[in-house]
Design a protein around this ligand. Sequence first.
Ligand SMILES: O=C[C@H](O)[C@H](O)[C@H](O)COP(=O)(O)O
Length: 322
Amino acid sequence: MPKLLFVCTGNTCRSPMARFLLEKMLSQNKDLNKKWEIDSAGIAAFPGGKASDNAVRVLGEEGIDLTGHLSKQVDGDLIKDVDIILTMTINHKDMLLDNFPEAKGKVYTLKEFAGQAENPDVSDPFGQSLEIYRQTRDEIKKYLQKIMGKLNYYNSEEGIEGMVENNIKRGDIDMKIAIGSDHAGYEMKQEIIKLLDELGYDVSDMGTDSDESVDYPDFAYKVASGVASGEYDRGLLVCGTGIGMSIAANKVEGVRAALCHDVFSARAARNHNNANVLALGSRVIGIGLAKEIVKTWLEAGFDGDRHERRVNKITRIERGEY
Ligand SMILES: O=C[C@H](O)[C@H](O)[C@H](O)COP(=O)(O)O
């Protein structure tokens, strides 16, 4: 049976909550045919400590008894033994990789594994109010929901890399797409929506609703902020050239909008840049090519590795941390 390990700092709040919530969710989900063994640990845990009182309370509200939980420290044996490690923050992930380089390839933050690379941390509720613990519990639950399908597709031969690759493809996850255009892109947007409907994607149209003249930043902002907040997995934007839309969308933190007018760039925008928004110019290319570009971009995965290091630098630039 494959094993999944949640990791936080002290193994008294976030990681045990994640473990017990996921165990309950997996036991209730009839569509999942794969069984998982779930565990949790901390990078700075006191062995044998109990879960924090508020963690016990908020999981009690979910019908889960956390009183038997005893904290434990991550060690090499645990790391060797598990297939996937999901940390609560990027720091946890970095510290694990520093201390256990052999874990490379199987460590993700919970949120990035769930498909949200931006704001990848679940922050520590330790010592805070019951309400903050509730918020943390609900945040963890939200991302656990998103990884359920991925866990079902895990294949020991492909390992974690194969699973992530497979699950960013159409049909493997319920990818939520936001689409927007100005007047110039309106007609092309309608055609792309038809295509996405036919392909079975979950698409939300954020306007505009006619070819009456409007301002593209209004629609770029709607789509881009929907993607940045995690409400949508991807965004599509169409204006006359795609340029105004891409410039505006890239002003929103967490958005990597790519303007692509050929299939090669569309694929590379995903493989190399992990672009979460695609911009198109309806006055530049025809609908046939636009459809090919959209399909390619939606189905292509992020290659990670050296590209991840570079994308992380982009994130640091936009946060003013570079
Ligand atoms: O980058 C901006 C877009 O291409 C707009 O669609 C374009 O500027 C709209 O131009 P107009 O108002 O002349 O239709």
